[in-house]
Design a protein around this ligand. Structure first.
Ligand code: ADP
Ligand code: MG
Length: 611
């Protein structure tokens, strides 16, 4: 059934304008004739007044239509130089209304109808070369306003999708700036290392009057980078082994090697922990590459002494016999442990090391051959001191920290991973960082104290080009991060990237389903377009069909009959036509927010203010 709502043809020519011109001409003629005619002027005055009134009426009808047509040209990019005053107002608005998402409007059936009409018409406006899209999409609404997303909503994680150059990083820029102004901890993982994003983040810290909140990690600029131990946080020590073995290429044939490497790393990690040392990547590499003998002796000394304080003396006596051979010493310790300690108080932590020590050397070397290159790239050159810092090294003045510290000190941490220069290293660092953060999230979730103010602060985690660092830990952060007050923003180019990285559509779907909010910039991938619009409710669009006919009777050829009819019909269509997502100009988006809001918006480009 066709509804009774009035239907105005949206994109017809502006007939009112022609009519206004005719009335204006009539008014002029009447006015001019009054000078030359001998008739009483009152008739001319009345006629020209009537014409003037009609001109104004028609103009009043024409102007909104003209403006509607003009809006089809689209909006220019807006460059915004945030000043301190604007920052303060942004801070207040964030508390009152939520996160500012630029300007735009809520896309409703009316806008869908306008777009539908325009797509059916012959005169579709030309695309802008500059913004690479159809500016007319944003012109479907007369009045754009500032768009806000309530703060309580953003805990549900947001996914940003868009082709390169569509504005993902500029959107991150806007969101990061607001998170900094809200005085919350911010962590940015930027695989590409966008220079503007880093400098704008520093600028927003300066604008919020604390530039020391900003910290930067960048393998390409080790001198300006902080040092961080990405193995600092874990809930169970076995996590470290899975994190490191996760860096190995995970093809089907590689599974036994990965399992062995995991066991070996676990044994080394347990050994270090037994000796009271926090393992770093360099230490683990040394343990795996250079052999575990020294570590084993140290660990056994501790375990055996714990059981029997006389153990070192007993073992020392034995050691004396094979002083020069460290291997022999280790064997004697193992013997002592097996004879005296294991029967009464076995220590599984040290047994892993013993089995690694006793393993056939040639086989061992083959089995960890694929792990060592992965570990080697994170422990070579300047990365050695960046990722395996020694806090006691007083010659190194670069700050040394870990993720818990960053969060507790309310820092704004920018991780540029330099993936363009070395994608393998970038990916490995990103994955270790996400794994560390997942451990922190698990910790916060399990043990957060209600009294601690710091625990109450949400952590804003931004992952740009997420497909580059995709790993199970990112999925678990998306799954469970909300309980630990992690707000995730994940940006990607297409959803197919996730499928390619995770290996199956189901896994990719699971990943995406964890994000309640989707912000879609220009995207060309048809599956991604459908994914965004499919979940929107279908709407009914109206249109007219005109029938015209002339007929004659063969017996009376001079007689014609004609008919003209108009029919109004309705058809079901998409609230937002999916193909239009491929035509969005740079920095324009369609957002499908949790709660059913569909926004059409555009974001500003933030640039450095001049004070
Ligand atoms: N300062 C600026 N002035 C004008 N245009 C800019 C400026 N900064 C970025 N842009 C434009 O904004 C678009 C979005 O850039 P960006 O957010 O880096 O894209 P993405 O991260 O999606 O690859 C690009 O097309 C770029 O040309
Ligand atoms: Mg980018």
């Amino acid at each position: 059934m066709i509804s009774d709502r009035p239907y105005l043809q949206n994109w017809r020519p502006i007939y009112e304008l022609s009519s206004a011109v005719v009335w204006l001409s009539a008014m002029n003629i009447a006015h001019t004739l009054s000078f030359f005619s001998s008739l009483p002027p009152i008739g001319f005055i009345l006629t020209s007044s009537f014409c003037a009134a009609m001109t104004i009426t028609r103009l009043a009808q024409a102007i909104p239509r003209w403006q509607q047509h003009r809006r089809l040209k689209g909006k220019k990019l807006t460059l915004l130089k945030l000043t301190r005053k604007q920052c303060q107002s942004l801070q207040t608005k964030n508390q009152e209304q939520g996160v500012w998402l630029g300007w735009g409007f809520e896309w409703q059936r009316l806008h869908g109808q306008r777009a539908w009409d325009l797509l059916r018409s012959d005169n579709l406006p030309a695309k802008s070369e500059k913004t690479m899209g159809a500016g007319w999409i944003h012109g479907m609404e007369e009045h754009e306003e500032r768009l806000y997303q309530p703060l309580e909503q953003i805990q549900m994680h947001t996914m940003v999708i868009g082709v390169p150059g569509s504005g993902k990083t500029r959107l991150f820029d806007l969101l990061v700036t607001q998170a900094v102004l809200r005085n919350e901890p911010v962590i940015i993982i930027d695989p590409k290392g966008d220079h503007d994003l880093a400098s704008h983040t520093l600028r927003s810290c300066e604008l919020s009057s604390n530039k020391y909140r900003f910290m930067k990690f960048h393998p390409g600029f080790p001198a300006d980078s902080i040092r961080i131990n990405l193995l600092q946080n874990f809930n169970r020590s076995s996590e470290l082994a899975s994190r490191i073995s996760g860096l190995m290429p995970s093809s089907g044939d590689n599974a036994p090697f990965q399992a062995f490497a995991q066991k070996a790393v676990d044994a080394v990690v347990q050994g270090y922990l037994l000796c009271g040392q926090r393992p770093t990547l360099v230490m683990i590499r040394q343990g795996l590459e250079g052999g575990v003998t020294k570590l084993l002796i140290k660990a056994l000394t501790i375990v055996c002494t714990r059981h029997n304080t006389q153990a070192p003396n007993t073992a020392q006596g034995k050691e004396a016999k094979g002083k020069s051979n460290i291997e022999a010493v280790a064997r004697r310790w193992i013997e002592f442990y097996r004879e005296k300690v294991m029967p009464e108080s076995p220590c599984t932590d040290v047994e892993g090391l013993i089995s690694l020590f006793e393993h056939d050397r040639a086989h061992y070397s083959k089995m960890i051959a694929t792990l060592l290159p992965a570990l080697g790239m994170l422990t070579g050159g300047p990365l050695a001191r960046l990722l395996s810092p020694d806090p006691t090294d007083i010659d190194d003045l670069r700050p040394c920290t870990d993720t818990v510290n960053l969060i507790e000190q309310n820092k704004v941490m920018y991780f540029g991973l330099d993936s363009l220069s070395d994608p393998m290293v970038g990916k490995a660092i990103g994955q270790l960082l996400l794994a560390d953060l997942a451990a922190v999230a698990g910790d916060r979730y399990n043990y957060s104290s209600k009294d601690s103010q710091q625990d109450d602060k949400p952590i804003n985690l931004f992952v740009d080009e997420a497909a580059e660092v995709l790993c199970p830990q990112l999925l678990s952060l998306l799954n469970k991060g909300r309980g630990a007050k992690f707000r995730l923003y994940v940006a990607t180019q297409t959803l197919a990237d996730f499928e390619a990285q995770l290996g199956s559509e189901a896994a990719a779907q699971q990943f995406i389903d964890n994000c309640n909010h989707l912000i879609c910039l220009r995207t060309q991938n048809p599956d991604t377009q459908k994914f965004i619009t499919d979940k929107l409710p279908p709407v009914r669009y109206r249109y007219f069909i005109r029938n015209q006919g002339i007929s004659t009777d063969a017996n009376r050829p001079m007689e014609f009959t004609g008919n003209l009819s108009e029919q109004q019909l309705e058809e079901t269509g998409d609230l937002f036509p999916p193909q239009l997502l491929g035509e969005l100009p740079n920095l324009e988006y369609v957002a499908r927010l949790g709660g059913g809001r569909l926004l059409k918006g555009r974001i500003p480009i933030l640039c450095a203010p001049k004070f």
